[in-house]
Design a protein around this ligand. Structure first.
Ligand SMILES: [Fe+2]
Ligand SMILES: [Fe+2]
Length: 297
């Protein structure tokens, strides 16, 4: 099932900036548009702004990348309340909508963070000399994340809920801040740990939603899973590109960065089928790197 079949086609998305952000028409470069995405607190407008930024860049309707600096933290709405991951309530997925709402709300929160992670990648590393293809990839990913958020927001509305109704966990931006010093570290952790983890866990969520009879929500998560393969692939490709530029061996370098910068550790079981579709070889993550493991960095 494609996005268009569940009421959210790509047609016309991103043609105009969202109301209140008309000043985006005068943005000087891609990084200026990215900063507008990051500074927008309202989730639906953030998603629309992301789609507008992507459309402008991908049709080459903006001059160059510019050098606008991203904020340390993206703007967030007052709700949801952010809790430590351990304090998040757990609900069973079943015929009653509450469990499904909780699941879709948690994924919507991840996608909202993913919009910011993509545009932070674009703005924070605007000046490190990456080729145009790098910006094309991350802008396309930011557009995907915005569409994923919109699809989930639509499903929440169909179930009588809304993003912000439930608490959400506050751990996601930490990984961004802890890898803000170097693009190699950011690529190693955000797409190659966090988004790859999404590939591992999403099939189980799809199965639970299907078993609960919610084929629409299952279809949305299937779209997300399939498109996240491309995000992991882009992260892996640019990580390996940067390793080559710096004369580093990719597998040992990745393992050393993960051991040093990702405190949570990797959690098997891994979805090696989806990971391999992203060109992410098992040699990277099997066995999972241990904290303090040596190697090149
Ligand atoms: Fe996504
Ligand atoms: Fe993603």
């Amino acid at each position: 099932m494609r996005s268009a079949d569940i009421g959210l086609g790509p047609e016309g998305a991103g043609d105009a900036p969202p109301p209140g952000l008309e000043a985006a028409r005068g943005a000087a470069g891609l990084s200026d548009l990215a900063v507008l995405v990051l500074r927008e607190p309202e989730p639906r407008r953030k998603a629309e702004m992301a789609r507008y930024a992507a459309a402008r860049w991908l049709r080459r309707d903006i001059d160059g990348i510019g050098a606008a600096a991203p904020p340390d933290r993206p703007a967030r709405p007052e709700r949801p309340e952010l809790l430590p991951p351990a304090k998040m309530p757990r609900r069973k997925i079943g015929a009653a909508p509450e469990g499904r709402i909780a699941l879709l709300h948690a994924v919507a929160h991840i996608e909202l963070n993913a919009i910011d992670l993509a545009f932070d990648m674009v703005a924070r590393f605007a000046g490190v000399g990456m080729p145009t293809g790098f910006f094309d990839d991350w802008v396309t990913i930011g557009d995907d994340e915005a569409r994923h958020f919109q699809l989930l927001d639509n499903r929440l509305a169909a179930l009588g809920a809304r993003y912000g109704d439930l608490p959400a966990h506050d751990g996601l931006w930490r990984a961004a801040m802890e890898t803000a010093d170097d693009l190699l570290n950011r690529l190693a952790v955000v797409p190659m740990v966090l988004e790859a983890r999404g590939l591992d866990v999403t099939p189980g969520m799809i199965a639970k939603l299907s078993a609960a009879g919610d084929s629409e929500s299952a279809a949305v998560l299937t779209i997300i899973h399939d498109e996240e393969i491309g995000h992991v692939a882009a992260g892996r490709r640019w990580f390996e590109h940067l390793c080559e530029v710096r004369g580093l061996e990719p597998v040992a370098t990745w393992r050393a960065i993960v051991a040093e910068r990702f405190r949570g550790g990797l959690k098997p079981p891994f979805n090696s089928e989806s990971r391999s579709l992203a060109g992410f070889a098992e040699a990277y993550y099997t066995p999972p790197p241990e904290a303090g493991e040596g190697g090149a960095s």
